[in-house]
Design a protein around this ligand. Structure first.
Ligand SMILES: C[S@@+](CC[C@H](N)C(=O)[O-])C[C@H]1O[C@@H](n2cnc3c(N)ncnc32)[C@H](O)[C@@H]1O
Length: 207
């Protein structure tokens, strides 16, 4: 099964799975890092069932939610139908369905480690930011738990923070900061024989 098939298949359970992996502290830290302002427009890239979007709606932002998985977007639509209007778009990491210079903020939580070419995706997320806009990525630090490749379809076993800093800078972002969220992502292998607890970083940069 490929990564897309995996997320299509777990779409209806994603909210529970996600809650078992990491807490709302990650979202709080991502939004605080960007110092989001009510009324602004934010993109939630690789939105899943809307973990980051939920915080953005609560903070009064307009949200464009993008994911490759239609079932994930459908789960998210059901979740937010009664409370807010979200602009849902199905799209791919290297060709986001948003025009240049369109959003004040772009967020991507636990998305980068699923991608084939993270530096290209960072450039693409930078493209959609307005000048002065902020990109915030929250993801895993480097780790060695191979079972996440097979069972969760991770392509990257986390990232070296130096690489993240370099990719942000190469994408043309300034004021680049990579810091610790002080929160762990925890998971167990299907057999229960292996477990992982990996620290999470928050990276930000301004266009
Ligand atoms: C681990 S989930 C994280 C979802 C959400 N951000 C969260 O925090 O719960 C990764 C998401 O990225 C999406 N994704 C993975 N590769 C993608 C790609 N190449 N283009 C667009 N979305 C992708 C998946 O469909 C999935 O919904």
């Amino acid at each position: 099964m490929g990564g897309k098939d995996y997320f299509d298949q777990v779409a209806d359970q994603w909210e529970n799975l996600q809650a078992s992996f990491y807490s709302e502290k990650v979202r709080d830290r991502a939004l605080a890092t960007a110092a989001v302002k009510s009324g602004a427009t934010a993109a939630d890239i690789g939105c899943g069932s809307g973990f980051i979007t939920e915080g953005l709606i609560r903070a009064g932002l307009h949200v464009i939610a993008i994911d490759q998985s239609e079932p994930m977007l459908a789960a998210m639509k059901r979740k937010f139908a009664a409370i807010a209007e979200v602009d849902y778009r199905c799209g791919e990491a290297e060709q986001l369905p948003i025009t240049d210079d369109a959003v004040d903020y772009a967020f991507a939580n636990m998305y980068l480690h699923h991608l084939e070419r993270p530096p290209v995706a960072v450039k693409e997320m930078t493209r959609i930011l307005k000048p002065g806009g902020t990109l915030v990525i929250t993801d895993l630090d480097s780790h060695t738990s191979e079972f996440l490749r097979d069972e969760h379809h991770d392509r990257w076993l986390g990232f070296d923070r130096g690489d993240i800093r370099q990719w942000f800078t190469e994408a043309g972002l300034g004021r680049v900061v990579v810091d610790c969220v002080r929160e762990e992502c925890c998971a167990q292998s299907d057999s229960g024989s292996q477990s992982v607890s990996v620290s999470i970083f928050v990276a930000s940069g301004e266009k």
